[in-house]
Design a protein around this ligand. Structure first.
Ligand code: NAP
Length: 285
């Protein structure tokens, strides 16, 4: 069994991003390389994620703009902020931190983000590009999972991959990326029948459901590769994933831990996408 070290891979990718940003700055930038985070309300978990994103930007020399809006903001308040950022030349990437308050239409707001600044890969335009095999800004968490598998040289072609979870943010783009890597992909969800029978046939299982320690040892085959996207709390309030790590790890060939697996990759791919967006906007290969 080998533990996939997300912190190590993230640090290596971030080092490369920092070097590239420094080189671009040396050449003299036309506009700033910047990430804008729109944060509506005060969700406590989001506060931590937003702080991490801003810190990651600082570490690699990307500017960050925190646009904080009150919980009772109207659709037009948020829409105006997005439109302003779309036109701001120092902003290369924009994210709308989710969840947003329930009275706001999430999909409508997301689709106001200019696709070339959609560094979370969540607009219909970027999702459509991914779905149709074109170059795109890929949703950060599944993109990060692919980078982990690539870093560890895990072969994907022809493998049976099972993705548990079908959210727009994680499960669906994850399935598409594995399909693009020539896996045979099965997507499972809350209505799937005989889930364990399906996961036991998988060479690779990616779990993204938000249920603490859901995947048990008797649900995988010997030598499976298990990727845990979940960020949950166990019965003692301790951070854990969707996988029952201690029970399952000896049976796996590779496994990602929580924390220290997929989590550090999500923020890393966000800054990677911001740099990519900047380069594309400025015709830099
Ligand atoms: P989500 O939008 O709530 O989607 C959950 C998915 O899991 C749904 O498709 C749901 O099926 C499925 N599901 C729920 N219970 C199930 C069950 N018992 N069996 C099979 N499928 C089940 O969640 P999400 O945004 O994708 O996030 C999933 C997890 O990943 C959460 O713990 C979240 O915190 C974490 N996450 C981590 C990162 C990171 O950076 N590490 C990033 C994003 C998310 P239905 O569609 O049928 O309802």
């Amino acid at each position: 069994m080998r533990i996939i070290d997300g912190k190590l891979v993230a640090a290596s990718i971030r080092g490369g991003i920092a070097d590239e940003v420094a080189n671009l700055r040396k050449k003299g930038l036309e506009d700033g390389i910047g990430l804008a985070v729109i944060f509506v309300g005060d969700n406590p978990a989001s506060q931590v994620y937003v702080r991490n994103k801003i810190k990651a930007c600082e570490e690699v020399g990307i500017e960050s703009f925190l646009c904080k809006l009150p919980e009772d903001s109207t659709f037009e308040d948020v829409a105006d902020t997005i439109r302003e950022l779309n036109g701001n030349k120092d902003v290369s990437g924009i994210i709308l931190q989710l969840p947003i308050p329930a009275h706001l239409d999430e999909n409508k707001l997301i689709d106001l983000i200019s696709p070339e600044k959609d560094v979370d890969g969540c607009t219909a335009a970027q999702k459509g590009r991914l779905w149709t095999g074109r170059d795109s800004l890929i949703a950060c968490t599944p993109f990060g999972v692919m980078k982990l598998l690539e870093y560890y040289g895990i072969p994907l072609e022809g493998k049976n991959a099972v993705v548990i979870g079908r959210s727009n943010l994680v499960g669906k783009p994850m399935a598409q990326l594995l399909l693009d890597a020539n896996c045979t992909v099965t997507v499972c969800h809350s209505r799937t029948q005989n889930l364990a029978e399906i996961t036991r046939r998988a060479d690779i299982v990616v779990v993204a459901i938000g249920k603490a320690k859901f995947l048990k040892a008797d649900m995988i085959k010997e030598g499976a590769i298990v990727v845990d996207v979940g960020m949950d709390r166990d019965e003692n309030g301790k951070l854990c994933g969707d996988v029952d790590f201690n029970a399952i790890c000896e049976k796996c060939k590779y496994i990602t831990p929580v924390p220290g697996g997929v989590g550090p990759m999500t923020v890393t791919m966000l800054i990677s996408n911001t740099l990519k967006a900047y380069k594309k906007q400025h015709g830099i290969a």
